[in-house]
Ligand binder design. Structure first.
Ligand code: ATP
Ligand code: MG
Ligand code: MG
Ligand code: MG
Length: 569
């Protein structure tokens, strides 16, 4: 590629509304442009990186035996009714209506569609096991889209779904995918960690997340310094004792006198939380500064929640908040800027008499009374006590008895689930076993945030001058920079021939033939993160040298042509 023929548009200024390094640098490098909240256009430069990530994911998935396909992003309501998720999925599901008044959603995930495919395509156990994957656009109406493509509303995901005759075979494929993810993130050149995870709205039994470690990560990861034990603190907060032993233990560890599980909250309130309730968070306002409100934020199955809330002691004090009150209140809570949907997010206010509840900061339910898929700092303002939790955990003995606990920040880039038969059963997907009997296949599902990875890689790899791409996903591995203010033909020719030889050697090279001043050119090449740079200049040619510099090196080196090429390959 010749840069003079490409579309590159960089800026020096840090954009005002970009909060993290990756978002700032992606905008400054001109990789993405914002179209609307959570919607981004990938420029030609950005797309080069996205495609490289995609390619590595695709190659490793294929090598692991998964088969690629492609499903529509728009999905009919009827399918989602079959699994009950049309209502249960909550506010992230973008519902749309066609001209005939038929409802659809823009797919946030594809369990329903793949299970529909499977029930038509799979007839016999002989077709199992099978693992289908796609790399496709998802839409989730995130309560708080932010950090550019890191938490976008429209984003690119690799999602895979496997089908098995037995649980054992599902376990085998789960391990296969777990190992494949390790290979993918290693090839991408990222520092990552696999952790125990909550299964959230997708459901199922076992689950692991893969996190890219970065201080800006929205998730807190508790990990052992003496073993492989690691868990998402979201999970540690999320799981009730007895549900999953390792997680319950982690939760005990992070419990502090001020933190209450929803069970505690429920006990104190004298209510039984419905198991069907999807997610409840009790948000207490500071009783001293604002004694009037206790705000309950209820998301998901609001019918049940309404009933439960009506059983609260002193319920006469409670009423549903008006939307204006909600907005007022949320406006006063820094960090909670998500759009309010009065139809699906219920907010309850109580007055002073129950303000004593203000310190039940955390509580939720679903199956184990837990806060499913809700994170502090992301979906809710981060209360001081979360920091307390982190401090309390750091240095504690690890739940598995090996080493002590540390806390790191992570960006969730992958997630593997053992779904079991939840979807296949709900959607009546069966195959015939050896004896001709209909059996319900066990399913697994495996997601990777392809577009999020681009941002996560930058969070891990940047400096004051810009991005520093791992070689595998750089828009180009090497930039051949031409410095030729006097337009000496020999300089252009030398640069061209070097560029061509690099290409021939299978190296993804770009020729910076824009005729810019050296300073301006180098600033661009550094900003957009090209890992290797070779400068061709008249002075160099006279001395028989090419100036080579790695993006991470402090000094450039004068090398002969072969040595310069050898550095890149
Ligand atoms: P998160 O906890 O960050 O909201 P999730 O657990 O809801 O993610 P999954 O349902 O596990 O996401 O989806 C698989 C992968 O898709 C995630 O691991 C993540 O890398 C990516 N992903 C999810 N939501 C977004 C988003 N809003 N923007 C970009 N990537 C996303
Ligand atoms: Mg998650
Ligand atoms: Mg999510
Ligand atoms: Mg997840």
């Amino acid at each position: 590629m010749r840069l003079s023929q490409f579309h590159l548009r960089t800026t020096k200024e840090t954009p005002a509304d970009a909060d993290v390094a990756s978002q700032q640098l992606m905008l400054r490098a001109g990789m993405i442009r914002k179209l609307a909240v959570g919607l981004y256009t990938w420029s030609p430069l950005g797309l080069r990186v996205l495609r490289k990530v995609e390619r590595i994911v695709r190659e490793e998935m294929s090598a692991a035996g998964a088969i690629e396909m492609l499903m529509p992003s728009v999905q009919p309501r009827e399918l989602w009714e079959e699994t009950g998720r049309w209502e249960k999925f909550g506010g992230q599901l973008l519902k749309i209506k066609d001209r005939k008044d038929a409802w659809y959603c823009y797919g946030p995930t594809h369990e329903e569609v793949i299970t529909d495919f499977a029930r038509q395509e799979l007839a016999s156990y002989k077709q199992l096991p099978v693992n289908f994957f796609q790399i496709q656009t998802k839409f989730r109406d995130e309560i708080r889209p932010r950090f550019g493509v890191m938490r976008a509303r429209e984003f690119l995901m690799k999602d895979a779904y496997s089908f098995h005759a037995t649980d054992e075979d599902l376990g085998r494929e789960y391990k296969n995918m777990y190992d494949t993810y390790g290979r993918i993130f290693t090839r991408l050149g990222l520092k990552f960690r696999a952790v125990f995870a909550d299964t959230g709205a997708i459901g199922g039994s076992a689950s692991h997340e893969f996190h890219v470690l970065a201080d800006s990560g929205e998730d807190a990861i508790a990990f052992s310094t003496g073993s492989d034990y690691a868990a998402n603190v979201e999970l540690a907060e999320a799981v009730s004792p007895g549900e999953r032993p390792a997680a319950a233990e982690a939760m005990r560890r992070v419990d502090t006198p001020t933190q209450k599980t929803c069970e505690d909250v429920a006990a104190l309130m004298g209510i039984t939380l419905a198991r069907t309730v999807k997610s409840v968070a009790m948000m207490g306002t500071d009783p001293e500064n604002n004694p009037r409100f206790v705000l309950a934020l209820v998301r998901g199955d609001h019918v049940v929640n309404e009933i439960k809330l009506s059983k609260l002691p002193g319920m006469s004090e409670y009423r549903l908040a008006t939307e204006a009150e909600i907005r007022d209140h949320l406006g006063a809570s820094p960090g909670f800027l998500g759009p309010v949907n009065a139809a699906r997010d219920i907010f309850v206010v109580a007055d002073r008499s129950v303000a004593a509840m203000a310190d039940f900061v955390v509580g939720a339910n679903a199956d184990g009374y837990h806060l499913a898929g809700v994170n502090f700092g992301r979906d809710l303002p981060e209360p001081a006590l979360v920091a307390d939790i982190r401090n309390a955990v750091e240095g504690d003995p690890s739940p598995d008895g090996h080493g002590t606990l540390g806390i790191a920040r992570g960006i969730e880039v992958g997630h593997v689930f053992q779904l079991g038969r939840k979807y296949a059963e709900a959607m009546k997907c069966t195959v015939l076993d050896e004896s001709g009997k209909a059996i319900t296949p066990a399913m697994g599902c495996y997601g990777i945030g392809v577009s999020r990875i681009v941002a996560a890689a930058i969070e891990q790899n940047h400096d004051a001058n810009g991005i520093i791409w791992p070689d595998a996903i750089a828009p180009w591995q090497v930039a051949v920079c031409v410095i030729n203010p006097k337009n000496v033909d020999a300089v252009d020719e030398a640069a061209q021939s070097l560029y061509q030889d690099l290409q021939r050697a299978g190296i993804d090279a770009v020729l910076d033939d824009r005729g810019l001043r050296a300073g301006q050119m180098f600033a661009d090449i550094e900003l957009i993160g090209i890992p290797h740079r070779i400068v061709v200049s008249e002075r160099g040619l006279q001395a028989g040298t090419y100036e080579y510099r790695h993006r991470r090196a402090s000094e450039a080196e004068q090398l002969d042509r072969d040595a310069a090429i050898a550095r890149v390959s």
